[in-house]
Design a protein around this ligand. Structure first.
Ligand SMILES: Cc1ncc(COP(=O)(O)O)c(C=O)c1O
Length: 303
C-alpha cells in the first residue's frame, strides 16, 4: 500500500453532541470530537501525528523508522501497523525492562523490532550523540520522536483543528489530553484567535509541558494566536496509573457518554472536565468540545 492510499481513507470527522443532564443544568453545549473513529488501527491523534511523518519517510525512501515509547504506547502500536502497510521497517525503542503484553505482541506480529533500554538510557532520547549510536545499533533509519511529536505532527494536527473549526464554527473551548503535548501544540497552531484551548496532562507535575509546547511550536515555525493553558490536576495518580477509583470513574463515564474511552488519556480528561463543570468553570451558554484521542487498544491491558 502506498502512503497516499493509507492516508486517503480519511472520511469526514465525526463530532457528536454529549447530552448529559449536567450539561443541560449548567447550560453548556458540549461536543465530543471522535478522532477515535478515524481509523481502526491508526487511532485518534496518531492518524494526524503520523500522516506527514510517514509521507516524509515514504518520499525520502527511508528504509526504517525508529521511534520511542512505553510498553503500552498507542503511538508505537499505530506506527508498527502503519509501517507494515507501507513496507517500511520499524524499530520501537521501549522504555524499561523487557515485558510481554498484547500491545507489544501486536507490534511484533506486524514486524516491529523491539529494542528495550533501561530508564536512565531512555532519558537520553533527545541527545544527538546517543541517538547516533542507537541508529547504528539498530541498522540505521530515521528518528520519529516519542509520541510522534515533531513539526510534521504539528502540521497534521493543524488539519484536525481546521476540520473542528469548520464543524463547530462557534466553539468557545477545546480540550484535549496531553502526554508529550504534541497534539495540543498542533491544535494551537491551527486554532482561530478567539478559541480557548485547554490541555490536560496525564503526567504528574507536568509544568514542563509549557516549555515543550513552545519548543514544538517554534520547531514548526508557528506562533500561537489563541489563548491556551494546562490543567495540572488531571493525572489522578500519575501517568498510566489506573487505581480502583479511576477505574470506577472511567467505566461509569463510558456508560454516561455511551462510548468507550481509553483508561490513560481521554477518561482522565473527561473526568476532570466534569469536575470543572460542577464547579462552574465554564460560563453559561459556552460551547465546549473535547477531543477523544482514541487509543482504545489500551483498554485490554487494564480490563
Ligand atoms: C490516546 C492518546 N491520547 C492522547 C495522547 C497525548 O498526545 P500527545 O503526546 O500528543 O500529548 C496520547 C499519547 O501519545 C494517546 O495515546
Amino acid at each position: 500500500m502506498a502512503v497516499i492510499d493509507l492516508f486517503n481513507t480519511y472520511t469526514s470527522l465525526v463530532v457528536e453532541p454529549a447530552e448529559l443532564p449536567l450539561f443541560v443544568k449548567k447550560k453548556l453545549n458540549v461536543f465530543i470530537v471522535r478522532t477515535d473513529l478515524v481509523h481502526p488501527l491508526i487511532s485518534g491523534n496518531k492518524w494526524y501525528k503520523l500522516k506527514y511523518n510517514l509521507l516524509a519517510a515514504h518520499e525520502g525512501s527511508v528504509s526504517r523508522v525508529i521511534s520511542f515509547g512505553g510498553a503500552y504506547s498507542n503511538h508505537i502500536h499505530a506506527l508498527a501497523w502503519a509501517s507494515k502497510q507501507l513496507g517500511i521497517a520499524c524499530t520501537g525503542v521501549m522504555r524499561g525492562e523487557e515485558v510481554v503484553n498484547p500491545m507489544l505482541l501486536d507490534a511484533q506480529s506486524w514486524g516491529m523490532k523491539l529494542h528495550f533500554v533501561d530508564r536512565a538510557n531512555y532519558r537520553k532520547r533527545h541527545d544527538p550523540q546517543w541517538l547516533g549510536a542507537l541508529q547504528r545499533e539498530v541498522g540505521g533509519g530515521v528518528i520519529i520522536p516519542e509520541g510522534g511529536s515533531n513539526a510534521l505532527a504539528i502540521r497534521g494536527v493543524a488539519e484536525l483543528m481546521n476540520d473542528i473549526s469548520i464543524t463547530l464554527p462557534n466553539l468557545d473551548y477545546l480540550l484535549c489530553a496531553c502526554g508529550t503535548g504534541g497534539t495540543l501544540a498542533g491544535l494551537i497552531s491551527g486554532a482561530p484567535n478567539e478559541l480557548k484551548l485547554e490541555g490536560y496532562p496525564v503526567l504528574k507535575g507536568a509544568n514542563f509541558l509549557y516549555g515543550d509546547i513552545q519548543q514544538l511550536l517554534q520547531a514548526a515555525n508557528v506562533d500561537a494566536h489563541c489563548s491556551w493553558s494546562l490543567d495540572l490536576d488531571a493525572h489522578y495518580g500519575g501517568y498510566g496509573k489506573i487505581n480502583t477509583e479511576h477505574k470506577a470513574h472511567w467505566l461509569a463515564l463510558e456508560e454516561q457518554f455511551k462510548m468507550l474511552f481509553d483508561p490513560v488519556y481521554t477518561s482522565k480528561l473527561v473526568r476532570r472536565f466534569l469536575e470543572k463543570v460542577e464547579q462552574d468553570a465554564y460560563p453559561i451558554g459556552s460551547t465546549v468540545a473535547l477531543v477523544h484521542t482514541g487509543g482504545l487498544q489500551g483498554r485490554r491491558s487494564v480490563l
